[in-house]
Design a protein around this ligand. Structure first.
Ligand code: NAP
Length: 284
């Protein structure tokens, strides 16, 4: 049976746990440290952070202390960070990576992502900027200090700017929640062997109040959060729910012992947009 620790292969052979833990907006250092510890204690083995979250150091400390106390090996925990949107371009991306490694003090990261693409909306040379950024990412990958590289918030036209380059992104981390499946991008990724990760898989809480999802929660004897996370898992999308609350951390991960029917999957696919953030990579 699949579980929190089940891994799937990325396009370069690196194996990634199919369910992760998000750390956005956990800026308080104790809260970041404690909640990552709680996630690891409860079986999560895939932790998502970013330079922008200002918690890389505390997230890394939690991972290292947990590893030491539980005798867990580094290779059993999958760690992601990201270069922020002010760090695009060749030199800045290389520098952003060094800063992250300095903060985290780890020998390697499992995944390093370009957090947001350059877009025609705010960069006249956006295609070249994306290519220069990706050239730096490729160099970082070849150095062996990351097991895989990928992007985040890249829609199909952003992906087109780098898809012919030497290394295909292993991951695209995009917003996915009910009403906001971003099917064009998901289909493009599947076609090119790029794994999709879901950020704000619960719409930052906004996706939880929906009559159809409440009905399904009753039908399956689950919470709405579990119905949503299961829907993402069944789409082969890796959700990264964030919670600082242990009950919810446990509850969110408890989605591997039931299955949504095809009809219920389709019904969720067809919900009109309602819980998404409204953030677009084509807005400055
Ligand atoms: N690449 C990007 O641009 C990007 C953007 C945004 C996020 N992300 C990543 O994706 C992760 C997840 O996204 P997110 O943090 O924006 O939103 P989310 O995971 O969709 O939702 C988190 C919110 O939902 C609440 N929550 C969690 N589980 C719940 C449950 N079972 N029942 C009720 N409420 C629950 C949390 O509150 P409590 O903490 O109080 O439980 C928190 O307020 C982030 O942490 C980050 O790692 C990436």
């Amino acid at each position: 049976m699949e579980s929190l620790t089940t891994r799937i292969n990325l396009n370069n052979g690196t194996a990634i746990p199919m369910f992760g833990y998000g750390t956005y907006k956990i800026k308080d250092q104790n809260e970041a440290y404690n909640s990552v510890r709680l996630a690891l204690k409860n079986g999560y083995r895939h932790i998502d952070t970013a330079a922008f979250y200002e918690n890389e150091k505390f997230v890394a400390n939690a991972i290292k202390d947990f590893m030491e106390e539980s005798q867990t090996k580094r290779e059993d925990i999958f760690v992601t960070s990201k270069a922020w949107k002010t760090e695009l371009g060749y030199d800045k991306t290389l520098a952003a990576f060094e800063k992250t490694m300095n903060e985290m003090q780890m020998d390697y990261l499992d995944l390093y992502l370009v957090h947001w693409p350059a877009s025609y909306a705010f960069d006249d040379d956006w295609e070249n900027t994306n290519r220069q950024t990706w050239k730096a990412m490729t160099e970082i990958y070849k150095s062996g200090r990351v097991k895989a590289i990928g992007v985040s918030n890249f829609l199909t036209h952003h992906l087109d700017t780098i898809i012919d380059m030497e290394v295909t992104p292993a991951v695209d981390q995009i917003e996915v929640n009910p009403g906001f499946l971003q099917k064009d991008t998901v289909d493009y990724c599947k076609e090119h062997g790029i794994l999709v990760e879901a950020w704000s898989p619960l719409g930052r809480g906004k996706s939880l109040a929906h009559p159809l999802l409440e009905e399904l929660a009753n039908k399956y004897g689950r919470t709405v959060a579990q119905i949503i996370l299961r829907w993402e898992v069944q789409h082969d999308i890796v959700p990264l729910p964030k919670s600082v609350n242990e009950d919810r951390i446990i509850q969110n991960a408890n989605v591997f012992d039931f299955e949504l029917s095809d009809d219920d999957m389709t019904a969720i696919d067809e919900i009109p947009p309602y819980g998404n953030s409204g953030h677009s990579p084509d807005q400055p």
